[in-house]
Design a protein around this ligand. Structure first.
Ligand SMILES: [Zn+2]
Length: 105
């Protein structure tokens, strides 16, 4: 067993829409990586096109530019979570750090 692996090591992924490399955030409270980028999380496994992971910018664009599919695929409960993220500025790659620090104060 390799004891040097830190559980909170940053996990990167490529956004399936814009192709940019992004980091999945480690959630120290839930002890898991943030699911914010996972399409299966938002759609409860229904999927959206062939996307697996979208960056925050592309998630926001999905909501803004393809709202018909967004509403169809995402349950009301998850949409409320999504709108909360959006209102806090979490759905932007720029606003991410700020949100991260204010959350754990
Ligand atoms: Zn993207």
């Amino acid at each position: 067993m390799n004891v040097n692996i830190k559980p909170h090591k940053e996990l990167t992924f490529n956004c399936d829409k814009c192709g940019k490399i992004r980091v999945k955030k480690w959630n120290p409270i839930k002890k898991t990586y943030s699911k914010i980028n996972e399409i299966s999380y938002w759609t409860d496994g229904k999927g959206y096109k062939n996307y697996e992971n979208l960056c925050r910018d592309c998630l926001k664009k999905w909501h803004e530019e393809d709202n018909e599919n967004f509403v169809k695929l995402i349950s009301q409960q998850k949409r409320i979570i999504f709108y909360n993220y959006n209102n806090r500025g979490s759905l932007s790659e720029k606003g991410k750090e700020e949100v991260k620090f204010s959350k754990y104060k």
